[in-house]
Design a protein around this ligand. Structure first.
Ligand code: ATP
Ligand code: MG
Length: 725
């Protein structure tokens, strides 16, 4: 077979990496130099030129989005589906292993994956059960502790406490949490990795099987592997496999989650005969963007050192927008996106990147008001919304009665008269006999040991779940979901609530039925599971992937962390302010500061053609007003590459912030078409409210009103038909 097509469109260094005959290979290269491309081509090369079976290939990357992109790229290069090949995230692959080897991993067959919010709730409950003060033993911190220990491969019994009472107590909580998870068949994200590693350690025959099977292991974004992932890879590769890793020390951004840059250096010691290839030509960004990114990252010390260059166009300067506040910032960004689309660009080519999830809301509102489709990656994703989690908890309990987390969540949602006292009783009983909440409830009902009303309420709940389970047994997944939403009265509950939020919740629940009807469980070569469990695992693992319409042309919103590996023609880096980015937590610690700088480098190098930085002079975050100065990262860029932009004369400038109240006075316009700032007005649809801001001129003029019921809205002045009241 002629395999030369695989090597077309690669430069010499890339080609050398793709057809390398070294046993193991490390590709160390900067952003946009074609690392992922090389990895994908390497897979094609192995299959086509070296006759490696697709079954012998395991390829791992960092996010679900990156994994599905990788699958797509391999398929189009090979022109065949990737079936049989293991391509996924560390968590996804670990999950697949545990589903297949649940017995060997000491898990129930129908174990459920819980996300970080469920984990947080569970820990909170345990802290309470242990009668500890949750201001001293904050669930968030305990969660952090447990996950960090798991990432290091440590079970409670392996942790040295050196008679430190604080540590001793944390270990006790960790242990109680572990017991609860084991009893309920629950597995959190860190546990997926730890169990998968223990599977290798404790089951040599299983390990030997996979070692023999996966002759070639490939890893993208290697700089972000943590201790447990690294150990897992090492064991899998063993003495006979080959490993091919690509990474960039300048893009290591998960140190806070236990990732170790040193793995890049260790790899040559730990894996014998490892060659190194460096790629230095960048194909992604314009000369200006690359030069600025290089300048920024050069401030960091202790780098492995790379020299990135491009022979592409110099391109436009980087734009810097200084906004009055976060609303002004969002409006500017959205306007630029609209301009981009008017000029023939697509929405999907644009990305709004920010440091923290909380920043997305203002952008979402601005986009929503103008009816511009968008997708948020990360943050409050579809499967994380409260109403969706309620619905999923019903399904989880149907699948697994021992799922205490699900039980807790829905036992009284919607309310059915099960009070805190009754629940306390159930919990105590469960604790005393080391049984699930479900079993405990059954026992309490049959003993008749509570008041008639309380017993009835619990009995009704138990019957409901049994009934649901029976009635949905033979149905399709979508029917199961629909029936559950109806019988649980969740739909009814939200229908009765007339607020705007409830309407969204209802839409989300309906979307869940759609998601279920689109869901296809593809049986791999692992032991089959039932469709419902597959769907629930999918919901926990792939949160975010199903949001919005996959094929719709949407503006992309995400945190800088989730943007890793991706590229977009037009990128907005928003909220580039001291305290936000670099993050407050990091400013006093040089190591953390360097990680923030790498994060900024990651953000900048996502941009192909145009890059915008924006910062706000005042920002309301978590309910308080702040007046941040622009980030040091902006100051670190060469000034000649930056152009400041401000839409002159179009925006009215607020002269003051009146402490907590968000009222703006305008220097130029304090009244407009007979309306004044601060005036009360009434609108046909939205009711009464207060005028907050004006913007624009003549028929472009817009007005922002804070409505009492409907919240803040931007309206076009000429259509709004506002009446003074
Ligand atoms: P990151 O560090 O951000 O993950 P990367 O090193 O993985 O980046 P890729 O995403 O593989 O880089 O490649 C960046 C862009 O450059 C892609 O659009 C890719 O198709 C393109 N590219 C890479 N190599 C070549 C080449 N030899 N010829 C043309 N385009 C290339
Ligand atoms: Mg990449």
């Amino acid at each position: 077979m002629d395999v030369s097509y695989i090597l077309n469109d690669l430069n010499d260094a890339q080609r050398q990496a793709v057809c390398s005959t070294e046993r193991n290979l490390l590709i160390l290269a900067g952003a946009g130099s074609g690392k992922t491309r090389v990895l994908v081509h390497r897979i094609a090369w192995l299959i086509q030129a070296e006759n490696v079976s697709p079954f012998g290939i395991l390829s791992v990357t960092f996010t679900n989005k990156a994994a599905s992109e990788m699958r797509g790229r391999i398929e189009s290069l090979l022109n065949t589906p990737t079936k049989g090949m293991w391509v996924g995230t560390f968590h996804g692959l670990a999950h697949r292993l545990l589903r297949t080897h649940w017995r060997e991993a000491n898990l129930p067959q129908n174990f459920q994956v819980i996300d970080s919010e469920d984990q947080h709730r569970a820990i909170k409950r345990i802290v309470r059960e242990l009668e500890l003060d949750d201001t001293q033993w904050q669930p968030k911190q305990v969660q952090w502790f447990i996950n960090a220990r798991k990432d290091e491969g440590q079970r409670p019994d392996n942790i040295e406490h050196h008679n430190d009472p604080y540590l001793e107590q944390l270990i006790v909580i960790y242990k109680a949490y572990e017991t609860m998870c084991q009893r309920s068949g629950l597995v959190d994200f860190a546990e997926l990795l730890l169990r998968a590693h223990e599977l290798w350690l404790k089951q040599p025959t299983v390990l030997a099987h996979y070692q023999q099977r996966f002759s070639n292991v490939l890893v993208d974004e290697f700089q972000d592997t943590n201790a447990i992932q690294y150990a897992w890879l090492r064991m899998l590769v063993g003495t006979s496999g080959r490993i091919f890793v690509v990474g960039d020390d300048d893009q290591s951004i998960y140190g806070w989650r236990g990732a170790r840059i040193e793995h890049i250096q260790k790899i040559q010691n730990d894996f014998p005969e490892t060659g190194v290839v460096k790629l230095e030509q960048n194909y992604r960004s314009t000369g200006v963007i690359l030069e600025a990114a290089n300048a920024l990252i050069s401030v960091n010390t202790g780098r492995l050192g790379k020299n990135l260059w491009t022979d592409g166009k110099k391109g436009d300067p980087i734009s810097l927008f200084s906004a009055f506040n976060e609303i002004d910032e969002a409006r500017f960004v959205v306007n630029q996106i609209m301009k981009h689309v008017q000029e023939g660009g697509t929405r999907a080519e644009t990305a709004i990147l920010y440091r923290s999830n909380a920043q997305s809301r203002v952008f979402e509102e601005a986009l929503f008001q103008l009816n511009i489709p968008y997708r948020v990656y990360g943050g409050l994703r579809f499967f994380e919304r409260a109403e969706i989690k309620d619905a999923l908890s019903y399904l989880r309990l149907i699948a697994n009665r021992a799922d205490d987390a699900a039980f807790e969540r829905i036992v009284n949602t919607p309310t059915r008269g099960i009070g805190a006292r009754s629940m306390e009783e159930v919990r105590m009983h469960a604790r005393q006999y080391q049984i699930s909440l479900w079993e405990a409830s059954k026992a309490i009902v049959s003993d008749n040991r509570m008041s008639g009303r309380a017993t009835n309420a619990i009995a009704t709940f138990l019957t409901l779940i049994e009934q649901l389970s029976q009635e949905t047994k033979e149905r399709t997944l979508a029917d199961k979901v629909e029936q559950t939403l109806k019988l649980s009265t969740l739909l009814h509950y939200h229908k009765n609530d007339k607020s705007e939020k409830a309407q969204t919740r209802l839409e989300n629940l309906e979307e869940l039925i759609t998601a279920a009807s689109h869901f296809r469980y593809e049986e791999g070569d692992e032991e089959p599971m039932d469709e419902l469990s597959a769907f629930l695992s999918h919901a926990a693992l792939e949160a975010g992937e199903n949001q919005g319409d996959q094929w719709e042309d949407c503006v992309q919103l995400m945190t800088l962390h989730s943007a890793k590996g991706l590229e977009f023609p037009l990128v907005f880096l928003c909220g580039v302010e001291e305290g936000l980015f670099p993050h407050q937590r990091s400013t006093s610690d040089e190591t953390k500061l360097e990680e923030e700088r790498r994060l900024c480098y990651v953000g900048m190098t996502r941009a192909m053609k145009q890059l915008y930085f924006s910062h706000a002079q005042s920002r309301r975050l978590h309910g308080t007003d702040t007046y941040p100065s622009k980030s040091r990262f902006i100051e670190e860029l060469p000034t000649e590459l930056i152009q400041e932009v401000r839409l002159k004369g179009k925006v009215t400038q607020p002269t003051q912030h009146q402490s907590k109240k968000r009222t703006y006075a305008s220097t130029k316009t304090s009244s407009y078409n007979g309306l004044r700032l601060g005036q009360r007005v009434s609108h046909g649809k939205f009711g009464e409210g207060v005028v907050l801001q004006f913007e624009g001129e003549s028929n472009q003029a817009r007005i922002q009103v804070q409505f009492d019921q409907a919240g803040s809205k931007w309206l076009v002045m000429s259509y709004a038909n506002l009446q003074g009241v």
